[in-house]
Design a protein around this ligand. Sequence first.
Ligand code: ARG
Ligand code: ASP
Length: 719
Amino acid sequence: MTVKKLHFIPLLLAFIFSFNLLSAHEGMWLPHLLKQLEGDMQAMGMKMSAEDIYSVNSGSLKDAILHFGGGCTGSIISSSGLVLTNHHCGYGYIQSHSSIENNYLRDGFWAKTKDQELTNPGLFVTIIRRIEDVTEYALVGVHSGLSEGKRQSLIDQNLNAYKARIKVKSDEAVLFRPIYYGNQYIMIVTLTYTDIRLVGTPPESIGKFGSDTDNWMWPRHTGDFSLFRIYAGPDNRPAAYSTDNKPYQPVHYLPVSLDGVEEGDFTLVFGFPGSTQEYIPASGISMNKDAINPPRIAIRDTALQILNKGMRAAEKVRLQYASKYARVANYWKKWIGQNQGLERTNAVWKKILEQKEFRDNVHGDPQYEDILPRLDSLYGVLTPYMKASQYYGEVVQRNIEIFALARYMSTLIHRYLENGDEGFMAYRDRLIPAVNGFFKDYQVDLDRQVFAALMRMYAVEGDPELTSVELIQQFSSGQAAYRTDALFAQTLLTDQDGLIRLLEGSPEAAVHAFAQDSLVIWYDALSRTYGEKVAGPLSKIQDEIDAGMRLYMAALMDVTKGKKFYPDANSTLRVTYGKVEGYPMNDTTRYDYITWLDGVMEKYVPGDYEFDVPERLRQLYASKDYGPYGENGKMPVCFIGSNHTTGGNSGSPTIDAEGNLIGLNFDRVWEGTMSDLYFDPTICRNIMVDARYILFIIDKYAEASTIVNEMTLVHPKRN
Ligand code: ARG
Ligand code: ASP
């Protein structure tokens, strides 16, 4: 007995110790609370102080970071408001300026003077002025006896009252965000600029090199960057687009390092990570892995195969579907990697072990003792609903395109029923361009195949209790293709001219026609069934889980001594830090931390839509003409690090120990995409473009030296 114990204790200690060590790079930290981590960061090589990263009173790194277009991150890299972000973040804007004559997607675009820069209506960037903890104001009067609804309205009321009291400039906005599942609240004061112009972008064959095949993969060779500029009014404050506007003068901008990276170098990634669920119990991870991911992967797999075949058969179809395909494939691939990573790291089992420690800690504590069993049983109840919502979401809302038109027409009917001709007209005016836009990139033949295959999956694999009986009866047997053909033959929705004619004609006649349309009827039936059988119960259970998670989070922070907790990502500004680091491919082989232009040339497939290489880049490679940006005759392209990032961190700057830009975050390695649920420091890596490759492309490839000249290039490693 004693012997056994003795064996066990060192093992256990080693295990616990490794936990603490391993969690060293995990975390997306609030920048105003970095003081607590300063020592750890400095021990890893950082030469800055917490104040250098975030300060309200003087310029700090945070003044150079911005939320780009609401979904990505960007950073300011010159004193004249030059913004660096990803190519895939600027994609839509670059596309909007592209035409057959000026094909900037294909050829790239470089404004060599400011008057060549292109304006982007609708694009905005948000700078964070300050962040404050407002928990004590938010939670006044809140107690555990309140229902979720009452709790929320009391908090809203408290925060509104607080907002009325605080002073901000008239162009600043005040936002409140819950963190730690609503145990705490923060206030964020922001400034949003809307005159944002395109300065430069490489061609897709650089900015999107490797496309879907290489997406989420390492080794990677993508120059995923683009450049914009912020323009401001005469007082440097936000102003609507005007030729009189001046380049924004930032409080701080990032110098760019010419010295590159080596394995082990300290890295800090600053940006706006979108969403993570790092604290859900093992049962929640299992639900994601076993119930949510498999159906959504399978549905997308089926849809993508059909689209892929169509795209390969005709160039026109390829162009029409390229962007849709990429969007669907992006998360399809991510979830596959996520599940593999969860398996490979034994994440569920490791969570169970961590929970064991927690359970021991709260044993006998009436407040916390039954929180985990309660959450487990709630996740059990939630699981079938979550699964059903994947089917509905993926089949009806996303992958069958024609249902988008059905949804429009259904809304049109409702507007008419509520507000008569006036309601119809108002909606119709928005609908007509949307309908025309829909048909611009639409192939009814492909959609018909997707419809038959996906409706069949929904009928056969969906939970019979949670779907419509009619669906199962009509699409589950060998009838799916036949039923689909019949529906597509009957519907008005596939006829663009006919639709527009109806929309432009009498409201009564249009509503009459749409209300009898077979696909509109199907859409309404499916969404009604979903609302009644799934959405209602799902949101009730989700509320209970939210309340449970709030208590669990509070308990974790309360009883786990010596551990620092970071709040899950929620699109607020965060700092994550780690090191430049490779990772194990398998037992015997390790991935290197960096890729080179040689690798681009190895992947080169002339004329291929994913792996073509522009002629000029091939020439520069042949002549090894890398200017000051190469390293020992080689040109670096991308590198990886152990920084904890997620969707939304795209475009985030990677910053060295002294505050200089060394890279541009744009992706994660496939094996580590489970980091949204479970971060394993041995294999979770973020992927960045090397800053030297960005400079090389701008300066040597595009010969846009005016752009490089406005940056501050530094040699931090030489001093
Ligand atoms: N996987 C990266 C992210 O989630 C890049 C996506 C853009 N590239 C693509 N091939 N779809 O956003
Ligand atoms: N590619 C992602 C983005 O667009 C980043 C990631 O998920 O790692 O934000």
